[in-house]
Design a protein around this ligand. Structure first.
Ligand code: NAD
Length: 491
């Protein structure tokens, strides 16, 4: 059984969970330790004790560690990509791509260690200097979902360590393999005991212990809206209160206007609705298409979808791997039924597929005649299921795009600069894409959304420092003798 890493040691647990390959349920990737509350608390205590020294560690040391992590991930991207695809079900090129991105994130933050800066500004009062600096927050608890088993941990762990915090990392129960491999690399890179801890296990056990502990100063969470809401409530009612950052669900629209390049629109839609099995928070699950192109777009989508190869994630030539597990598959099938009951028309896919090995294979589903009030258009399905909604014109398309409780990513396909610019300014989303899939982002710029998709500061790029640091404003009187205010009320 693979172990948890707590206080500088690999420790076995009394419980384990089987990590099953969704492309072949006879293939068990491994048995992974499941931590108890006591083990989680031990990890938190170790991170707490390690914080004073690590928060004062040299930026050179932090740079060197993060650089070593990035270099090793990159050197082993094929092997790690294979492990990721085997446990999560995204295709091998997607798995290798995600691993590469994780490496780039570590390399980016290794550079950020050397670029920490503060400000020195004049005071409004004479002979006083004001310095504004950033300090680490303390012990940060990192809770991650299953759909990006290495990139999301990377974009939380790298900035947390870069800015001098200590870490307790709880990966999703479904994908401990990539988390474990990443942790081995971080430890090999020379991170001191207690600075980084891996506690695999259940959210209701390990995650909850992190939320309850007064030694944890901040929680960065990525996952579903209901869990995120609970995490936030616990953090802000805790004593002392915890800093909290949430990245949650999406119901991302992609608008296709009459003047769009049809080929571009179809590629954007197929990529962002169905690749990675539709299991991306930035997936376009709502395609909003204006009258003049609607029928041609639907026909082109049906044709393009016939050419998609849905098979074992590790097989060469597979475009779309299996759904991650039985319960996600049940959810996808439930929504396909709901769509039909609501009166939407299933024009492609939606059926279970048999392949050489037993796995959770689902043909990507496309619904037409969908109103924006239907549940399939409002609730996050998180599978390869997309809906097409007709819009009269651009104005109605924009209104429909924004009519959602979510606000992560929003896209438009058009050849009109006027509409593209108007959409960029008026889409109620954290990220806007023009003639690009709604999923697929750079690693050096902020990532996040609005409304129920995100809460708290942005992740990634330089903006990550907002969450992983706290600002201090220091005043110094540099005249002679103790400072005596000259006029009453000036202090
Ligand atoms: P989830 O909410 O079920 O779980 C996320 C994490 O929270 C897991 O590690 C889980 O063990 C943990 N958890 C569960 N209960 C907890 C509790 N009571 N206390 C503390 N932690 C707890 O989400 P999931 O099914 O793993 O992931 C899919 C969801 O993640 C989708 O909604 C998707 O949109 C979202 N997601 C969002 C982003 C983003 O950046 N916005 C990125 C990827 C995934």
């Amino acid at each position: 059984m693979t172990k948890n890493y707590i206080a500088g040691e690999w420790l076995s647990a009394t419980e384990a969970s089987a990590n099953v390959n969704p492309s072949n349920t006879n293939d068990v990737v491994g048995e992974y330790a499941r931590a108890s509350v006591a083990e989680a608390e031990r990890a938190i205590a170790a991170a707490y004790d390690a914080f004073p020294a690590w928060s004062r560690s040299s930026i050179q040391q932090r740079h060197d560690i993060l650089k070593a992590v990035g270099d090793e991930i990159l050197a082993r991207k094929e092997e790690l990509g294979r492990l990721l695809s085997r446990e999560e079900g995204k295709t091998l090129p997607e798995g290798i791509g995600e691993v590469t991105r994780a490496a780039q994130i570590f390399l980016f933050f290794s550079g950020e260690c050397l670029r920490m800066a503060g400000e020195k500004v004049p005071s409004v009062r004479p002979l006083i200097d004001v310095e504004i600096t950033r300090e680490p927050v303390g012990v940060v608890g990192l809770i991650t979902p299953w759909n990006f088993p290495i990139a999301i941990p990377a974009w939380k762990i790298a900035p947390a360590l870069a800015y001098g915090n200590t870490v307790v990392f709880k990966p999703a129960d479904l994908v401990p393999g990539s988390a474990h491999a990443l942790s081995e690399i971080i430890i090999r890179a020379g991170v001191p005991a207690g600075v980084f801890n891996l506690v695999m296990g259940r959210g209701s056990v390990v995650g909850e212990a992190m939320l309850q502990s007064p030694k944890v100063s901040a929680i960065s969470f990525t996952g579903s809206v209901p869990t995120g809401r609970k995490v936030a409530q616990t953090c802000i009612t805790a004593d002392p209160m915890k800093k909290v950052q949430l990245e949650m669900g999406g119901k991302n629209p992609m608008v296709v206007l009459d003047d769009a390049d049809l080929k571009v629109a179809v590629e954007c839609a197929v990529n962002s609705a169905f690749f990675s099995t539709g299991q991306r928070c930035t997936a376009s699950s709502r395609l909003i298409v204006t009258e003049g192109i609607h029928d041609r777009f639907v026909a082109a989508m049906q044709e393009r979808m016939q050419g998609l190869v849905i098979d074992d994630a590790l097989k060469a030539g597979t475009h779309i791997g299996p759904v991650v597990d039985q319960s996600q598959l049940d959810q996808d099938l439930k929504y396909i039924r709901i769509g039909q009951e609501e009166g939407a028309k299933l024009v492609a896919g939606g059926e279970l597929l048999k392949r050489e090995t037993p796995g959770f294979y689902l043909a990507p589903a496309l619904f037409t005649e969908v109103s924006n009030q239907m549940r399939v258009a409002r609730e996050e399905i998180f599978g390869p299921v997309a809906t097409v909604t007709r819009a009269r014109d651009y104005d109605e398309a924009l209104e429909l795009a924004n009519d959602t409780p979510f606000g992560l990513s929003s896209g438009i396909c058009t050849t009109s600069l006027k509409y593209a610019n108007h959409f960029k300014r008026n889409a109620e989303a954290g990220m806007v894409m023009v003639n690009l899939p709604t999923a697929g982002v750079d690693y050096h710029v902020p990532f996040g959304g609005r409304k129920s998709s995100s809460y708290g500061p942005r992740e990634q790029g330089r903006y990550a420092q907002e969450f992983y640091t706290t600002v201090k404003t220091a005043y110094t009187f540099d005249g002679n003798g103790p400072y005596v205010p000259k006029t009453k009320g000036s202090e």
